[in-house]
Design a protein around this ligand. Structure first.
Ligand code: 26Q
Length: 766
């Protein structure tokens, strides 16, 4: 059957229409189902295969928009494009389809890239998580302040999922029982027969509402407890790298892991293998501490099956591995003991047994305790039981070994391994950068899509005039597309001859968007005074969401929007500077930004960003990094050569040294212009609508024992120097050679490589 007929059949089945009659939502559902049908045999085969598998348990899977990626990976994209075209439909209509934002940022997007890569390199990795009814909030700006709205992603339908009711599980809390209903998505790899599964659990009341009881008290109580069940998977917690120790969050975490462990064990028992051999068939990777309750939960279930605690612990120790994504103390999960005992007492009892077992092994060293000060330290629990513990970039793993988890490392040196993060080159080069992909393929063929190391072959063209010219054209084209998109969505026109200087990531003090903002004010003032000259016109572009309850982050958003108003409305700056804070930054926006960037801002305080993955996306697309020696920036500079990036700032060692005795005011005394910029926060030249936001920023920089905690002022001079040097070198022959070197040397940052590393160092699957 030809594709047109197939598509029309699906449209007839779903909507009783031909595709010509379908609206965008219907078309989206039809074409998605086409992809699912296309892989259904391979999906069955993978699901039913007897291979040892790994389950990637994660509270977040930031999968974004799947339609293009799935069609592309299934080898259908070009044909579907043609088929739609023959019906007068442009496949770009799917740009309207909203992202599934079932994650906050790096950790969630990493999980999505890993699933895609595992399917591509044919590693049997399944995802287990939560089917949030509402994903990460939608962001808009009101008077420059962040405003949040619910993200109703399901209004587009969920065509990639199938609901497997019959595999539902019951999760028990002390005060309620909840039904966990699985929704499975096929994870479609590129040019691959392996189709893995992403299983997301949805919470529902165990008994559906009983209408007969509607008007008596019992019925009302039931209705209330029904709501309590739905509440569990109602919304994604919008925090990133900060804690929110709420009961509902605890319920989410336990709900996810209890359903996953029960589901696994039920299937395992059916196969009839002994419990002692579990790890030969199934292991689990815990994505940060959020799913760590899986450990005591599995032990609890095994004890119910008749095993002793000791036997169950031996099994658990072979079955679980743990990835840490953060060094920040305030982000390490701790749960109050009383709270755990109140809501999941049987699990808490297992945690107490683990604590006793640990204390027998290591005598009297509070550093290791799982339970300390009436709190359960989830990372300690995870490290104690896990077979392997990994950091997500070299420098991060070193910090874990030598600092954060030093004692653990001394106790179990072989547990600790590094697996540097990566991103999928299908979404982050082949699909988001059509222009450059075409040029690369012209030169070296399309083998790079599956083997990103092959990009090295373009390195010899880094000085080739013709290739440089075509690289330049690709960038120009992408900038044009982005400029139009920004004009349409933000109402600001960025001339494409401007340098596109881009910082996109969650808003967090450690990521130092504030330092970027101060540098813009500094350049603005410097240009006005004539002390900065020969400045090439630059658009400073930001995209970031702040956690709704993160006051300082919200103040910084207001500041950047205020600077944007100031600069964009100053006629003197018209040909020199623009500042844009794009609204509702998400995965799909990132795809457009990453391919159009002239400089990639990766400016966290050294020692704070575990890895970063945005940095890798820019590099693959040929954008030089303006960054600190933090996270994976270190490896990026190593791979591409430091001379092909703009590396500045204090190193981890220097940060630690400086922090012993830090005085931010010193840097203001040394640089009067910087002093003026900082004073402008409070002297009336910037208007925060009477909110006190800028005063709060001012105080955070100068007052108290956490003054300028992330060293924006200490790193400022070297930042400005690097930024102005980058500006000066932009557009030159040298600049484009740098860009090409970056793409050429980016092979390491494919998540295919990360998955192969996990498999070799930790999972040992097929
Ligand atoms: C915890 C408890 C309660 C509510 C929310 C949370 C929570 C949620 C998300 C805590 C942390 C996160 C997300 C962390 C995160 O995204 N970390 C990033 O992980 C990336 C992938 O490894 C790294 O590249 C980034 O450096 C790291 O910041």
């Amino acid at each position: 059957m030809n594709l047109n007929d197939k598509i029309n059949d699906i449209a007839a089945m779903l909507y009783g229409k031909s595709i010509k009659e379908c609206d965008t939502k219907e078309l989206y559902n039809v074409c998605s189902k086409l992809a699912v049908m296309n892989v259904s045999k391979d999906w069955d085969a993978t699901r039913n295969s007897e291979m040892k598998k790994c389950g990637y348990i994660s509270a977040e899977f930031l999968i974004g928009r799947l339609i293009y990626a799935n069609l592309y990976n299934a080898g259908l994209l070009e044909d579907v494009k043609k088929a739609l075209k023959s019906n007068g439909i442009d496949i770009n209509v799917f740009e309207e389809v909203e992202d599934a934002a079932l994650g906050n940022g790096g950790l969630g997007r990493l999980a999505a890239c890993f699933l895609e890569s595992a399917a591509t390199v044919e590693v049997p990795l399944d995802g287990y998580g939560l089917r949030y009814h509402f994903g990460l909030f939608k962001q808009s700006f009101l008077n420059g302040f962040q405003n949040e709205e619910a993200d109703d992603w399901l209004k587009w339908g969920d065509p990639f999922s199938v609901c497997r009711d019959s595999e539902s599980q019951i999760v028990e809390f002390a005060d309620m029982k909840v039904l966990a209903v699985p929704y499975d998505m096929p994870v479609i790899g590129y040019d691959s027969k392996v189709v893995n599964t992403l299983r997301l659990w949805e919470a529902r009341p165990v008994e559906s509402f009983d209408f007969k009881l509607f008007d008596d008290m019992k019925g009302v109580e039931k209705a209330i407890s029904n709501n309590k069940a739905y509440e569990i998977t109602n919304v994604l917690y919008p925090n990133d790298n900060t804690l929110e120790g709420k009961i509902l969050r605890l319920r989410q975490e336990y709900f996810m892991v209890s359903a996953t462990m029960q589901d696994f064990l039920a299937k395992y028992k059916k196969k009839g293998y002994p419990f002692s051999e579990i790890s030969e068939h199934q292991i689990f990777q815990l994505n940060d501490t959020h799913p760590v309750l899986a450990i005591p939960e599995l032990i609890r279930l095994l004890i119910l099956e008749g095993l002793s605690f000791e036997e169950a612990l031996v099994i658990a120790r072979k079955t679980f591995n743990f990835t840490n994504h953060t060094i920040m103390g305030e982000a390490l999960e701790r749960w109050n003991s009383d709270l755990l005992y109140k809501y999941i007492p049987e699990v808490y009892k297992v945690i107490v047994m683990l604590e006793e077992s640990l204390r027998k092994e290591v005598k009297f060293d509070a550093k290791y305790y799982i339970i300390n000060n009436q709190e359960v330290h989830m990372a300690n629990l995870a490290i104690y039981v896990s077979s392997r513990v990994n950091g997500v970039a070299k420098i991060h793993t070193d910090i874990l070994k030598n600092d954060t988890f030093k004692k653990w490392y001394m106790l179990y040196p072989d547990k600790f391994v590094n697996v540097t993060n990566g991103v999928t080159p299908r979404r982050w080069l082949a699909l988001n950068n059509e222009a450059l992909s075409k040029e690369i393929t012209k030169l070296i063929g399309n083998g790079w899509v599956k083997h990103l190391d092959k990009l090295d072959e373009i390195d010899s063209y880094a000085n080739n005039k013709a290739f440089k010219e075509s690289f330049k054209k690709c960038r120009a084209k992408n900038k044009e597309l982005l400029s139009d998109y920004i004009y349409k969505h933000e109402g600001i026109r960025i001339p494409t001859n401007f340098i596109f200087d881009i910082q996109i990531k969650r808003l967090h003090e450690y990521k130092r968007q504030l330092m970027n903002a101060l540098s813009i004010l500094y350049i603005y003032a410097g240009l006005k005074k004539g002390v900065i000259t020969n400045f090439k016109p630059t658009a400073f572009i930001f995209g970031a969401k702040s956690a709704p309850g993160y006051y300082m982050a919200k103040c910084i958003i207001k500041l950047i929007n205020t600077i944007a108003d100031l600069v964009n409305n100053d006629p003197e700056m018209d040909k020199l500077m623009k500042v844009v804070f794009v609204s509702n930054y998400n995965v799909s926006y990132a795809e457009r930004l990453v391919c159009a960037a002239d400089f990639s801002e990766q400016i966290s305080m050294a020692g704070m960003e575990a890895s970063g993955t945005g940095n890798m996306k820019f590099m693959i697309n040929g954008t030089p990094t303006l960054g600190t020696l933090d996270g994976a920036n270190v490896e990026i500079a190593q791979e591409a050569g430091r001379e092909n990036n703009y590396i500045f700032g204090l190193t981890v060692g220097e940060v630690n040294e400086l922090k012993k005795n830090y005085n931010p005011r010193k840097y203001l005394e040394m640089d009067p212009l910087l002093n003026e910029v900082v004073e402008s926060l409070v002297d009336g030249s910037l208007d925060d609508n009477g909110s006190g936001a800028f005063k709060a920023i001012y105080h955070s920089l100068l007052d108290g024992d956490r003054a300028d905690y992330y060293l924006c002022l200490a790193d400022f001079a070297s930042y400005i120097e690097a930024k102005l040097l980058a500006n000066n070198e932009y557009g030159t022959d040298k600049y484009y050679t740098m860009c090409i070197h970056n793409t050429a040397k980016s092979g390491k940052f494919s998540s295919d490589r990360s998955i192969n590393d996990y498999n070799e160092r930790i999972w040992h699957l097929k």
